[in-house]
Design a binder for this molecule. Structure first.
Ligand code: PLP
Length: 369
């Protein structure tokens, strides 16, 4: 079966480079190559003399070392670099699933996390967060749905689009269930590092569970989606070997300039993440004020991590109509919840970028008119 069109990505393909005020992006403020090269006085010379032959298919040793240092189990040989998180999702699902297998997916979800499994012929159960309780997940629901065919449970913390983050006891219980029932946990951690309070940061699933896979990327926390560098980190040796072999049929190896720049960015990640969290915090203050003033139109739960949230639209008519009208009349792009697999009366708002106040100002004017 072919995958269904990716609703959110098709929406961005149509609107992202046309709408002047993007208020639903999920990444953080980006940087230029020059910004990155300035982190290190020798970087420009090294970048210009970079050899553009094929690269090591698992990722350059320097990049794998930089990525591995994000985890307690600092294992460069268990890092597999991919073209963005998206390639890693596609490959993981193809390597682990067969028709008839069962997958449970944290929902609402970034569509490929469920759709690739569905296209392979797996049966997909959506594990929907409770919108009335900050989009929290109920472990009893999971326990009741596990069958002997359940191969994979997909989770995404901090969560796109709601910003939900569970606590450590939830993670430990999830890991225990994986060991008891034998399913693999695929943990999408592409927003990890963007917790507003450092104490809220969860351990990576690869550190908690020796068979689990953690997914990371340069796009979100570090604001560098144009590099197209993502990775999986796992202690699961046999799975790692299968994933590495599968990649020979997708990208083989990664872009050398992107690997160089991703290594540089990760070597200076504290400065980049600090900057991004500052942007997020100052935008969140504006959003809290905005939503306080418009409680009749929107239900707002401030998230605890990440650059996105999923407020509910209460203003009458459909959220799709509201978003379309807003774009047509004010040039502001919000992503209606109908693009996601649940939360159809909600919309995604993004606040990781510097121009968010301008976008919000346009939204305020639109509402006032
Ligand atoms: C939860 C989640 N996973 C994976 C991805 C894919 O990331 P990338 O576009 O960098 O491959 C995204 C992108 O929006 C995402 O939000």
């Amino acid at each position: 079966m072919k995958p269904e069109p990716f609703r959110l990505e098709r929406f961005f393909a149509t609107h992202e480079f046309k709408a002047p005020y993007l208020l639903c992006c999920s990444d953080c403020e980006s940087l230029t190559i020059d910004d990155l090269l300035r982190f290190d006085p020798n970087a420009q010379e090294r970048f210009l003399s970079l050899w553009l032959g094929y690269t090591e298919s698992t990722g350059s040793p320097e990049l794998r070392e930089a990525i591995a240092s994000l985890y307690t189990h600092n294992l460069p040989d268990r890092i597999l670099v991919h073209a963005g998180a998206e390639e890693a999702i596609f490959n993981f699902m193809h390597v682990t699933l067969n028709p008839g297998d069962h997958v449970i997916v944290h929902t609402p979800h970034y569509q490929s996390l469920g759709e690739i499994a569905h296209s392979i012929g797996a049966q997909v159960t959506e594990w929907v967060g409770n919108a009335d309780q900050g989009w929290s997940l109920d472990l009893n629901f999971l326990k009741d749905r596990i069958t002997e065919n359940t191969r994979v449970v997909v989770v995404n913390f901090p969560h796109n689009p709601t910003g939900f983050l569970p606590d450590i006891s939830f993670m430990s219980e999830l890991s225990k269930l994986s060991d008891e029932h034998g399913f693999l946990i695929f943990s999408d951690e592409v927003y990890r590092g963007l917790e507003y309070l450092p104490g809220h940061r969860l351990p990576a699933l690869m550190d908690l569970n020796e068979r689990a896979v953690s997914l990371g990327v340069m796009s979100k926390t570090y604001g560098l989606p144009g590099l197209r560098i993502g990775w999986i980190a796992t202690r699961n040796e046999s799975l790692y070997a299968k994933l590495a072999a599968f990649k020979d049929y997708t990208t083989i190896c990664n872009s050398a300039p992107s690997e160089f720049l991703a290594t540089l960015a990760l070597d200076h990640r504290d400065a980049i993440v600090h900057r991004n969290l500052e942007i997020i915090q100052s935008n969140l203050q504006l959003l809290n004020t905005f939503f306080d003033a418009h409680g009749d139109m929107f239900a707002w739960q401030a998230p605890v991590a990440g650059p996105i949230a999923f407020p509910m639209y209460l203003g009458g008519g459909s959220v799709e109509h509201f978003c379309r009208d807003l774009e047509e009349k004010a040039g502001v792009l919000l992503a209606p919840g109908t693009l996601f697999s649940a939360g159809h009366d909600c919309f995604r708002i993004g606040f990781g970028r510097r121009n968010m106040s301008d976008c919000l100002e346009k939204l305020v004017q639109f509402i006032a008119n």
